[in-house]
Design a protein around this ligand. Structure first.
Ligand code: G3H
Ligand code: 13P
Ligand code: ZN
Length: 314
């Protein structure tokens, strides 16, 4: 099976009440850990590359690693996606590089400008059989323009606007702001998602796939290891897994996870460094990190409900 777009995955995910995991990749070990998890769990997969990942590892290296994963997994549908494309030029470059899905994130722009640039990307991508994710509303974290926003609720996606946006831009899926944010510090107190916003949007756009960014759970196991072995993340807090499962049963068809991968790798590297200070073979600390990612992703696939769903998404 060659690389696929997300079209069939989202159709099945919507119909059958689950979400597909979209995992950020930055190097070989992270990619291998994710790949072996989906192979064992027979889940559809979205591997995504951010601009930061491309700057770090280069698109050709990451694409080559992903191509190996695709070649080795003929029974797993795999989409390769640009995460948070910041301009038409970036999206065009990833389309030209063979990605099957691109995100154009113009959510910090005024509404009409967001529609205009999204439509421009849609026209280019669709002509080349590539699908487009757009974003409406504002999350915290990497969206630098909105860092410092105190009241996330003021920036949640407006359901009325979502309808107009999807109609006018022609995007294939929409990332919505529903209370999550990027990174390891999502909530200061009780974690809360705006399920009513998700429901209102899906009522107005029945059958249309929505995307949830900032969906890491900040797993206790890895947070504790990091803090135990010299790290400093005492206040880290993520989205509870029950909330992820609930969203996955609704119109959320794609769930973005990066922070949990980073924390799993970091926790294991810290543990090896602390317990075996004489160790200097990178395979001896990257290997356990890769294994931890695999186990963690296997678990996530069940939280998302997409374990065992590879065949129906082909
Ligand atoms: O949503 C953002 C992802 O976590 C990617 O982050 O830009 O640091 O690679 P990055
Ligand atoms: P997390 O930081 O919660 O993993 O979110 C990642 C993400 O949304 C990538 O686009
Ligand atoms: Zn994101």
């Amino acid at each position: 099976m060659p690389l696929v777009t997300t079209e069939k995955m989202f159709k099945m995910a919507y119909k059958n009440g689950y979400a597909v995991g979209a995992f950020n990749v930055n190097n070989m070990e992270i990619t291998q850990g994710i790949a072996s998890a989906v192979t064992e769990e027979k889940a559809p997969l979205i591997l995504q590359v951010s601009r930061g990942a491309r700057d770090y590892a280069s698109n050709s290296f990451l694409k080559a690693i992903i191509d190996v994963v695709v070649a080795e997994n003929p029974d797993i549908p795999i989409a390769i996606h640009l995460d948070h494309g910041d301009s038409f030029e970036t999206a065009k470059q990833f389309v030209d590089d063979g990605f099957t899905s691109v995100m154009i994130d113009a959510s910090s722009q005024p509404f009409e400008e967001n529609i205009r640039v999204t439509k421009e990307v849609v026209e280019y991508a669709h002509a080349r059989e590539v699908v487009v994710e757009a974003e409406l509303g504002q999350l915290g974290g990497i969206e630098e323009d909105v860092v410092g926003v105190k009241d996330i609720s003021a920036h949640l996606t407006d359901p009325e606007q979502a309808v107009e946006f999807v109609k006018k831009s022609g995007c294939d899926s929409l990332a919505v702001a529903c209370g999550t944010s990027h990174g390891a510090y999502k909530f200061k107190s009780e974690p809360k998602l705006a399920f009513d916003v998700i429901q209102k949007i899906s009522n107005k756009l029945p059958g249309f796939p929505l995307v949830m960014h900032g969906s890491s759970s900040v797993l206790k196991e890895f947070k504790d290891l990091i803090n135990k072995y010299g790290g400093d993340m005492p206040d880290a807090m993520g989205v509870p897994e029950e909330a992820i499962s609930k969203a996955a049963k609704m119109a959320i068809c794609k769930v973005n996870i990066d922070t949990d991968l980073r924390m799993a790798l970091t926790a294991k590297i810290r543990q090896v460094f602390a317990e075996k200070p004489s160790e200097f073979d990178p395979r001896k600390y990257l290997g356990p990190g890769r294994q931890a990612i695999k186990e963690m992703v296997k678990h996530k696939l069940h939280v998302l409900g997409c374990a065992g769903k590879a065949a129906e998404c082909m």
